[in-house]
Structure formats: structure tokens, C-alpha cells
Design a protein around this ligand. Structure first.
Ligand code: CO
Length: 430
């Protein structure tokens, strides 16, 4: 596979994954092609040496693993972690808002989205709906409206004369309602509920949902030589896709070590949930893998002490139109290599030991790397890296690929970097 093919595969992966639950479903489909077996957290697990498994928690977080030929107390776990969620707009429980002959949907802001980028785009919605059937049972279904359904039109400049001086701003409570439909006397009371029911033929009563607003425009390669790509949710589906592409290779899957790819929801809102990186999901899973083969009560601690975590999340590429927001000694450039992220205040889990180990893997994989450190006078973001390291005691490194417009409705990044990330992840897992 060449760099542009792997970038196109990433764009296809994102296009069919408009919500965290859909991300997990898409990864599940990739795993199925390599005979991964689904485990249920409520059952007793029996694991075969060399067996391929995955477990899902909360429908939106997943851990896939290959049970290595040797015991985990001997080899440790090799873990790659990334997140399935992206900032944006979610549909509130009582969304319909009717005025001026329009049905508008009331939304809640999820994480740190650049709100103005959601305006004037062909939006739609997707996610999980829970309902009661005609025979009184609770069921759930993933829905995905692929055609444009929603819109947040801007004001004309004639009504907002200073927009180019003051910036494009939306009042968060009153100005983010999304237009769904014209309301007429002939149409049913709520077009929104009608749409949901159209997807759920056996639903007697729709009870609750997690519905994500997304941009329906498909991903594209761009640039004079197709060296860049653009899509929604690149943060952090690019890292999820790189991890799963690195893992799903027969020469990697036959392994002495137990390989783990952990994909968590709720990173963009702090990871504190039953399925988030701050919860027990990873520790519970690693412990159960250990317990299947362990003979000594010290084995699990020994396994953790020998383990390593690559926390993969995106990084801020240098944007030459805005040179003042970067530390000039730590500029990272699109298509110039994977980024190692360093923060002495432990916003990232990297330390000099883990950084040096990752640099070595990059060199062995012939992959260029760049160092990122945030400006001292701007607050630094964080990742799942420090959280997972703190919860498990596993040493790790925070890495990621450079991108522009992080948390925009339409982000972009570099074709070569995505290919490089897959290569260095393979080197780590092998
Ligand atoms: Co991220």
C-alpha cells in the first residue's frame, strides 16, 4: 500500500463513522476480516494462545487484543491508545423548537469545538437511539442519515457588518439551533421524531438518544499533488485508523507479546466515564487477560511493569499565517514526520526514556519525527496518555500527527505523515 492509498482508506473509514458508536462498529468490521472474536464482559473468558479478541464497553469504547504466544508477565502488554470521540454538537433530549414556520433542533456543545465552522455546511445527524418496542422490550439501534438534514445558516454580512473585524461568533444558547424543516399544518407535529421513527419500524416509543451532528461532505485529498487530506473527525480517527491498520497484518498478529489497541470515548470531555480512559475499562481488561494464564499473584504487576503505551492523538501543525502562536523552536510541519509531544507538567505522558525509545522505533522504521512543545504562555491540551499511565503505572509516550484546524468541523493533515504513523506503529508492535 502507498501513502495515498492509506490516506484514502482513512477518509473512507471516517466517512462511515459519524459518531463514536459508529467508529466502534467500523473497527469491529475491520477486525472481523481477521477473525477477531467478540468477548462479553459479563461472561467468563477463556482465551487461546494466539487468539484474537475484542471487547466493547458502552458501545463507544473498544479494546482489541491479540493474546501473545508468551505470558504477559514475561513480555508485558504493547498498547496503543486513541480516542473515538470528536468535539461538536449533540442533539438535546427535547430538541424541537418551532418558530417562524421552521422546526429547529436545540443542541448541546460537546467538548471544545470551533463552533463557527459548523455554519453554512450540509449537516446531518447519526448515533444511537434507545426505544421501547410494541411488546414492551427495550432495544437500541444505530442510525445514520447520510443526506444533508440540518443547517446553521450565517447572517448576511449586511446584518452583521463587523463580522470580519470581530470574528464569527454564535451565542451558545440562542444562536446554535439547527434548521431541520419547514412546518406546515399538513405535516406531523415533529419532523425530527418522524425521521427517527422512519429508521425504527418496531419502535412504539422512542425514549432516549446519543445523536451527533456531523458534516455530510466526504473526505478529500487536496493540494497540487494530493499531499493533504481533509475531513471531519481527523482528531482522532486518524490515530484510530493508524493503530488498527498497523495491527491488522498477519506478520504482526502472530506475536510473542500481547498486543492491545484501546479506543476510548469521552476524551474530549475529560475521559471521566464508565467507558472513558479514566475509568476501569483498560485495567479490567488487562487484568482478565493476565488472569487466564497467570499462576502467581505477582504476575499482573510484573506484566504492567514490562508494558509500554503509545498514546496517539493529533498535534498542532505550524500554520504560516499565524506564526506567533507557536514556540519557534518546536514547530512541527505537515508531511515532515510523526510528532513526539512533550510537556513537563504531565499533560502528556512522555518522558525522556519513552521519547528515546520512540525515536529509536522511528529510526528503525525509516520514519522522520518532530518534537512538539507548547508555548509557555498558552494552556496546553491533554490526551488519554497521562490518564492511562497514572491509572495503570505503565510508561508511555504521547505522539500524533501534525494537523491544521484541530476541532474544526473540517480538519486537515498530511498524506505522508499518516503512512509514517502506520509504519512506526507496526515497528512498535512487531
Ligand atoms: Co484529540
Amino acid at each position: 500500500m502507498n501513502p495515498q492509498e492509506s490516506a484514502q482508506n482513512l477518509l473512507d473509514f471516517i466517512d462511515v463513522s459519524p459518531s463514536p458508536c459508529h467508529v466502534v462498529k467500523t473497527i469491529e468490521e475491520h477486525l472481523a476480516r481477521f477473525q477477531f472474536e467478540r468477548l462479553d464482559e459479563t461472561e467468563i473468558w477463556t482465551l487461546k494462545t494466539g487468539g484474537r479478541y475484542f471487547v466493547v464497553r458502552g458501545d463507544s469504547s473498544m479494546i482489541a487484543f491479540v493474546h501473545g504466544e508468551k505470558s504477559v508477565s514475561e513480555t508485558g502488554f504493547k498498547i496503543i491508545g486513541a480516542h473515538t470521540d470528536s468535539p461538536g454538537l449533540r442533539i438535546k433530549p427535547n430538541p424541537a423548537n418551532k418558530t417562524a414556520g421552521l422546526e429547529r433542533l436545540n443542541v448541546e456543545i460537546y467538548g471544545g469545538a470551533i463552533l463557527a465552522t459548523f455554519s453554512d455546511r450540509e449537516l446531518s445527524f447519526a448515533g444511537r437511539v434507545n426505544y421501547q418496542t410494541e411488546i414492551g422490550e427495550l432495544e437500541q439501534c444505530l442510525i445514520h442519515f447520510e443526506k444533508p438534514m440540518l443547517r446553521l445558516p450565517n447572517l448576511a454580512i449586511h446584518l452583521n457588518r463587523n463580522v470580519n473585524e470581530d470574528g464569527l461568533k454564535f451565542q451558545k444558547q440562542t444562536e446554535l439551533n439547527l434548521i431541520l424543516a419547514n412546518v406546515t399544518e399538513q405535516l406531523p407535529a415533529s419532523q425530527f421524531m418522524t425521521l427517527l421513527h422512519s429508521q425504527l419500524p418496531n419502535a412504539e416509543k422512542i425514549l432516549a438518544w446519543d445523536l451527533n451532528v456531523f458534516d455530510t461532505q466526504k473526505g478529500n485529498l487536496w493540494g497540487a499533488n494530493n499531499e493533504f487530506f481533509a475531513n471531519r473527525q481527523i482528531d482522532n480517527l486518524a490515530s484510530c485508523h493508524a493503530a488498527i491498520t498497523a495491527l491488522l497484518d498477519e506478520s504482526i498478529l502472530k506475536n510473542d507479546s500481547t498486543l492491545v489497541c484501546a479506543f476510548f470515548d469521552h476524551e474530549e470531555v475529560g475521559s471521566e466515564s464508565h467507558c472513558g480512559a479514566s475509568g476501569s475499562f483498560l485495567t479490567d481488561t488487562l487484568k482478565r487477560i493476565n488472569d487466564v494464564t497467570s499462576r502467581n499473584p505477582q504476575d499482573f504487576s510484573r506484566a504492567l511493569a514490562k508494558s509500554f503505551l503509545i498514546s496517539a492523538d493529533m498535534a498542532h501543525a505550524y500554520h504560516p499565517n499565524f506564526p506567533s502562536v507557536y514556540d519557534s523552536n518546536h514547530l512541527v510541519h505537515i508531511n515532515q514526520g510523526v510528532v513526539i509531544k512533550v510537556n513537563v507538567n504531565q499533560r502528556y505522558t512522555s518522558d525522556s526514556v519513552s521519547e528515546a525509545m520512540f525515536m529509536k522505533w522511528c529510526e528503525q522504521a525509516s520514519v522522520p519525527y518532530q518534537m512538539y512543545s507548547h508555548r509557555n504562555d498558552l494552556p496546553c491540551g491533554s490526551t488519554i496518555g497521562a490518564i492511562v499511565s497514572a491509572n495503570t503505572g505503565i510508561r508511555g509516550v504521547d505522539v500524533g500527527n501534525p494537523m491544521w484546524a484541530m476541532h474544526s468541523c473540517r480538519e486537515s493533515a498530511g498524506v505522508l505523515d499518516h503512512y509514517s504513523m502506520i509504519k512506526v506503529m507496526k515497528r512498535f508492535l512487531i
